[in-house]
Design a protein around this ligand. Structure first.
Ligand SMILES: [Zn+2]
Length: 276
């Protein structure tokens, strides 16, 4: 039984940045601790702090890309705070105070968090799972590994790496809320809509995304349970998806239809080349 007075829930704040990035702030209302996650630029974070008379207490990075870390130094200097980032990225992320790796248990804004290594988008990418920061359900800080209806591009790791990373995230509870690094949902949904894969909840999900897109309403954070049901990148081992893809791709299908890594590879490469 959770006592709401003694265990106030986290507050998650979305700060749009650059073209389509989201910087996240996680605030603990009992301590006023505020973690900033992946500050790809400092200015919008500073403005939020000024507007709210707030101070940040820590910086968290999921991976080394500039659109996730370029604001680190300015934010750390202004507030005199530490940086938590992947242990394997000391050569590519400066001034890491707390190095983390698979299975580490840390706190973020005072909430317990587990580190999950998710190589694929980059070799050193990590996600953070906070099982009880909303009381009866958790938060996944997914960085550029999992997007709504999509996943990150596979820049450094292998397709096997990325599929294994997504399969790990899929094991988290359905009621987990997910925040990720980009608003790519509309493009992802256009790609998914033409795959010929029709799980029961997909039509409703696509309609909801179309409505949000039309009104320029952010689609992140989102429910992991709904993604498990409708995101093909979390379903590369689904026979129905494999069959849809095999018939969707002309001529000699470039994958053995029941090998999840081959299905995932075809899906990811299809999205990389998709212009819709
Ligand atoms: Zn990235």
């Amino acid at each position: 039984m959770i006592d709401a007075d003694n265990n106030p829930h986290a507050e998650l704040i979305r700060v749009p940045a650059l073209d389509d990035n989201y910087i996240w702030l996680l605030r603990n209302p009992s301590s006023q601790a505020i973690a900033v996650i992946d500050p790809g630029e400092a200015e919008p974070v500073m403005r939020w702090c000024d507007d709210h008379h707030a101070s940040l207490t820590e910086v968290i990075n999921t991976h080394h890309h500039g659109d996730h870390i370029a604001g680190n130094a300015a934010v750390m200097e202004r507030f005199g705070i530490s940086l938590t980032a992947p242990a394997s990225e000391t050569a590519r992320i400066d001034h890491i105070s707390h190095m983390v790796k698979e299975g580490d248990h840390i706190t973020i804004a005072g909430f317990s968090a587990e580190v999950i290594e998710t190589p694929g988008h980059t070799t050193g990418h990590v996600a953070f799972y906070l099982p009880d920061c909303f009381g009866d359900h958790g938060l996944l800080i997914a960085g550029d590994t999992l997007f709504s209806m999509g996943c990150g591009r596979v820049f450094e790791g292998s397709m096997q790496d990325m599929w294994s990373s997504l399969a790990k995230l899929r094991d988290l509870p359905d009621d987990t809320l997910v925040c990720c690094g980009h608003e790519y949902t509309a493009s992802n949904a256009r790609y998914v809509a033409q795959l010929g894969w029709n799980p029961p909840e997909l039509a409703t999900q696509l309609a909801a995304i179309a409505k949000a897109t039309a009104s320029q309403t952010p689609t992140v954070p989102f429910s992991l349970g709904l993604e498990k049901a409708t995101n093909p990148f979390l379903n590369a081992d689904d026979a129905g998806l494999a069959e849809a893809l095999a018939s969707h791709i002309d001529g000699d299908a470039p994958f053995a239809s029941h090998d999840p890594v081959a299905v995932f590879t075809a899906l990811r490469q299809g999205k990389d080349n998709f212009r819709g």
